[in-house]
Design a protein around this ligand. Structure first.
Ligand SMILES: N[C@@H](CCC(=O)N[C@@H](CS)C(=O)NCC(=O)O)C(=O)O
Length: 214
């Protein structure tokens, strides 16, 4: 049985964005059954959890003695099990890996630069200078991504784990209109979110949360 570790409760601003969503979505696309081990924010720094996730984060993935951390590594592991996420031809599979890494390395870094300012440092003096730079760089990356997409429905010629990862990264910007202002990306994200597997994953994460007590 596959077990993923997720948080039992997080602040509302994080609900629906916690990175176990990526793993749930991949497992739903692949049609694999799994159970969810819910931990508290206090549990994340215990020795037992740090032995599974060296940075005290979620998600964690366990399967028959295999223990994985990092959502990208986990999604790639799940993708290797399912044609629904990874093309069977080697070229298509390699291109899928490119997009998983592009989402995490070329886009998520720019996304989180801005999101951290907005969500964790809003109003602090240093953000007055830094935020416009972070937003401009992010907008450049998103325009480049939009140019790549062109008239395609997906990043390549079919849905892959690369789209799954890219969509979860773009969703981090839901507190802004930045994605909505790029029509192709807006449509792309909506296309990804309309997938039944995504809806099942999101509903699963949301229904697992206990009410947040600040
Ligand atoms: N690079 C990691 C990031 C994981 C991550 O940021 N997890 C967040 C929840 S979305 C977390 O556990 N935060 C608690 C913390 O960092 O202490 C991955 O993709 O798995």
């Amino acid at each position: 049985m596959i077990t993923i570790t997720a948080f039992r409760s997080v602040p509302p601003l994080a609900q629906g964005l916690v990175r176990d969503l990526r793993v749930r979505w991949a497992l739903e696309e692949a049609g694999l059954t799994y159970r969810v081990n819910l931990i508290t924010l206090a549990d994340k720094n215990t020795a037992a959890h740090m032995a599974l996730q060296p940075f005290g984060q979620v998600p964690v993935y366990e399967e028959a003695g295999l223990k994985l951390f990092e959502s990208g590594a986990i999604v790639l592991h799940v993708a290797a099990k399912s044609d629904a996420l990874r093309p069977t031809d080697p070229t298509g599979a390699a291109r899928m890996t490119c997009w998983v890494l592009a989402a995490l390395n070329s886009i998520e870094t720019a996304v989180t630069d801005l999101a951290h300012i907005d969500l964790f440092h809003s109003g602090e003096a240093w953000t007055i200078e830094r935020r416009p730079q972070a937003e401009a760089f992010l907008r450049l990356r998103l325009e480049q991504l939009s140019d790549w997409l062109g008239e395609r429905d997906w990043l390549e010629d079919r849905f892959t784990a690369g789209d799954l990862m890219m969509a979860t990264v773009l969703r981090i910007l839901r507190h802004t209109t930045i994605v909505a202002e790029v029509p192709r990306l807006d449509a792309y994200l909506k296309r990804c979110e309309a997938r039944p597997a995504f809806q099942r994953a999101l509903n699963g994460q949301m229904s697992d949360f206990e009410p947040w007590a600040a």
